[in-house]
Design a protein around this ligand. Structure first.
Ligand SMILES: *[C@@H]1O[C@H](CO)[C@@H](O)[C@H](O)[C@H]1NC(C)=O
Length: 305
């Protein structure tokens, strides 16, 4: 019976551990601050109370949760000789990873839908993207994440583990954990590809087509109006590529590339969630003005008190 799993981690070298610790610690603090800043800015500034920014704030919240599933444990593990996680902890990681990942995927689709209506059907924007629809989309995101995660985990909990318990990574995820089971896992591998893999590939194709349609629509407009829309869209598309790229390679690529695997996992858990706030906050004018207002308001209220 296996009661715990052991992570082999990113590297064995002692000097490298310290470097990696500092690197990931800084990244994780950046993820926390950056994404919290977006959530707070959107919540506190009435200029940003629109579906696009609500969805963006939700995306940031999910990013924050998503990287908190793996990063803190990984950072703490840099200094422990045996990087152990309990069986239940491992299942929890898998569950939360797919829960937040699935939700993020639907939020990204909702953001594309929002832009599609705003750009291709601007006259109907306020009626289509009313408050209820927005709340509905967010609820659908969490619901989909939950269903997806439960459907994946339902198979994993019944797997027999009888000895091998070394996970060659720094967190638990299905493709790696399934490999350790003492049974023929061929059908399970197919199941992961059919669920996570198909979900990511289909959503990705759908999103790329949607953004292509939006871009074509923008091209037909006078250029002064289209430049702002274009910069928003570039941010969206960059985030989509960064999120789905690693996802597709991890879940849908049938021939795992061993050396690339860990790198993708790092990318997925600490790089993408950090780039999100950078892309949106540094490039988005409305966001930047809102942050300036927030700072001014802060300074003013401090002077008064
Ligand atoms: C997420 O979206 C919903 C619906 O628009 C909104 O009410 C909520 O404030 C958003 N959450 C965050 C953290 O901004």
């Amino acid at each position: 019976m296996v009661t715990e799993f052991i992570f082999l981690g990113l590297s064995n070298s002692q000097e490298l551990q310290i470097f990696l610790f500092v690197f990931f610690f800084v990244f994780y603090v950046g993820i926390m601050c950056g994404n919290l800043l977006i959530v707070i800015t959107v919540a506190s500034d009435s200029h940003l109370h629109s579906p696009m920014y609500f969805l963006l704030a939700n995306l940031s919240l999910i990013d924050l949760c998503l990287s908190s599933v793996t990063a803190p444990k990984m950072i703490a593990d840099f200094f422990s000789k045996r990087k152990v996680i309990s069986f239940k902890g491992c299942l929890a990681q898998i569950f939360l990873l797919h829960f937040f990942g699935g939700s993020e995927l639907v939020i990204l689709i909702a953001m594309a839908f929002d832009r599609y209506v705003a750009i291709c059907n601007p006259l109907r924007y306020t009626t289509v993207m009313c408050g209820n629809v927005c709340v509905g989309l967010v609820t659908a995101a969490w619901g989909t994440g939950f269903l997806h995660s439960v459907s994946q985990l339902a198979f994993a909990v019944t797997l027999p583990f009888c000895g091998p318990n070394e996970v060659d990574s720094f967190y638990c995820d299905l493709p790696r954990v399934i490999k350790l089971a003492c049974t023929d896992t061929y059908r399970l591998d197919i199941m992961v590809i059919a669920n996570s893999g198909v979900l990511t590939v289909c959503s990705f194709v759908f999103l790329i087509i949607s953004y292509a349609i939006i871009l074509v629509t923008i091209q037909q407009r006078p250029s002064d109006k289209s430049s702002k829309a274009l910069s928003t869209l570039t941010a969206h598309i960059t985030v989509v590529l960064l999120f789905f790229g690693p996802c597709i390679l991890i879940y849908a690529w049938p021939f795992p590339i061993k050396s690339l695997d860990k790198f993708l996992a790092v990318f997925y858990s600490v790089v993408t969630p950090l780039l999100n706030p950078i892309i949106y906050t540094l490039r988005n004018k409305d966001m930047k003005t809102a942050m300036k207002r927030l700072r001014k308001w802060n300074v003013n209220s401090r002077e008064k008190s």
